[in-house]
Design a protein. Structure first.
Ligand code: SF4
Length: 380
């Protein structure tokens, strides 16, 4: 991928490309993806069409992060992925030091795909591992086993990738805390630079949501979360966002754009954008996307008042937290009502501060939704 020296004064942009194909739907997943592989060629062409169109519209921007997610990008195969990466390099100004991530699933990450991604500038891989126990993987409808995940990560290292993230899930049906911590420990033997650990959430419109299995109770989930934080802390990982842990220098720069209200452009069905103060999204409909009928929906200007609430919502997910000076400077508001709530949370060990920067503690992360609501409401 052709890259440009970033020191040009351009505005920075994160680029997200959605690949809406999966070999089989996992039982818990409500991300937009389909299993009809016959649409891959037409979809790749449509995505490249939009990469060209939006590349022109965003000519004043320098792209410093690219994230290809899904769905399962690796099931697109080396050929289509190469075409997409080439189009990105040809149509956008890509910063010399850009972070370029592709989400990988173990069963479709082969040597050809890895070599193609490496050749076209991909420098970060995010593997959906989810668990180290095959019985748990089967229960949630994953089509790979842990041995395949290990083999794929090891192959990626041999192909030259040095920045690897692994996704894990806790709170699975019948999963004990010990089993989940064992999954984390087994993943650590693969020497990842980054881990994302999410609690299973039952979505009503999924097979697992309809089945409604018994999940570990709230206390068990909370204990598991805190034990995981301690285990990863002992192994040198910085807990930099509620569900994300990184070795020094390996935070996800792309995801940080979402947590920092920076500009990002999302292409593909279901992809969201936040560009020049406006939010928009493409419909979750691949056929409409391919035919070009899918014009971005929900276009709206985000008011300063709403942005201030969003700033708090996203910043408080991170260990950097929300800086009251920054909030004042951005939105010209009094931060006194927020600080009042933070002081009350501090008394209960849920928040802490360094100077004007307030952040949630790990106990606070556990109940972040209610805390963030309380803080945002204080400004209304
Ligand atoms: S592979 Fe990922 S995107 Fe596809 S169904 Fe499973 S969880 Fe969802």
């Amino acid at each position: 991928m052709r890259k440009t020296n970033a020191a040009t004064g351009s505005k920075l942009l994160g680029l997200y490309l959605h690949i809406p194909f999966c070999v089989k739907k996992c039982a818990y997943c409500d991300f937009y993806s389909i299993t009809d592989a016959s649409l891959k060629a037409d979809y790749t062409a449509a995505l490249i069409r939009d990469i060209k169109a939006y590349g022109e519209r965003c000519s004043g921007y320098m792209v410093d992060t690219v994230y290809i997610g899904g769905g399962t990008p690796t099931c697109l195969g080396a050929g289509y992925l190469s075409e997409i990466l080439q189009a990105v390099g040809a149509c956008f100004a890509i910063a010399e030091n850009a972070e370029i991530t592709v989400e990988c699933n173990p069963e479709s990450t082969d040597q050809a795909v890895l070599e193609a991604m490496h050749k076209h500038g991909v420098n970060r891989l995010s593997f959906g591992v989810q668990a180290a126990h095959d019985i748990e993987l089967k229960r949630i409808g994953r089509i790979h086993d842990f041995a395949q995940a290990q083999a794929a990560v090891e192959l990626a290292r041999r192909c030259g990738f040095t920045n690897i993230s692994l996704d894990l899930m806790y709170g699975l049906p019948n999963q004990t805390q010990a089993q989940f911590l064992d999954s984390v420990t087994q993943c650590l033997t693969l020497h990842p630079q980054h881990l994302s650990c999410y609690g299973l959430k039952l979505e009503p419109a999924t097979p697992m949501g309809r089945e409604n299995p018994v999940l570990p109770d709230d206390d068990t989930q909370a204990d598991t979360y805190l034990a995981m934080c301690r285990l990863l802390g002992r192994n040198g990982f910085e807990h930099y966002e509620i569900s994300n842990f990184a070795k020094l220098g390996f935070r996800s720069r792309h995801n940080f754009k979402y947590w920092d209200l920076s500009d990002y452009l999302g292409l593909g069905p279901g992809a969201h954008s936040f560009l020049n103060g406006r939010r928009f999204a493409f419909a979750r409909d691949i056929r409409a996307y391919i035919s070009g009928e899918s014009i971005p929906q929900d276009e709206e200007e985000v008011s300063d008042f709403r942005r201030q609430g969003e700033y708090l919502m996203v910043r408080l997910r991170t260990s950097d937290g929300a800086d009251m000076h920054d909030l004042e400077n951005r939105y010209h508001v009094s931060t006194a009502p927020y600080e009042q709530v933070f002081r009350m949370l501090e008394k209960h060990g849920l928040a802490a501060h360094e100077g004007t920067r307030w952040y949630l503690t790990e106990q606070g992360f556990l109940v972040s939704n209610s805390i963030i609501n309380a803080v945002v409401e204080a400004g209304e």
